[in-house]
Design a protein around this ligand. Sequence first.
Ligand SMILES: [Zn+2]
Length: 80
Amino acid sequence: MSHVTCIELISFLDAYVAEELDAETRTTFDLHLIVCPSCRAYLASYEETIDLVRGVAEKEEELAHDAPPELIEAVKHVKR
Ligand SMILES: [Zn+2]
């Protein structure tokens, strides 16, 4: 693979971001990103979305950690 189209790049984006591509394919991607501003923008927003999703997941974990079942039960009891 000496070059990729934008559609090919986007279809491999998952693997690219997860660093699952072999070195040759990855280099091809990097070369495409250098010459293609629209794919760079797409990759940036893709990574931003991943960060966002991860952030939300961490937040939910924190909340679950901060609220043990006993506490939830206690709150329910107070409301009654
Ligand atoms: Zn492109």
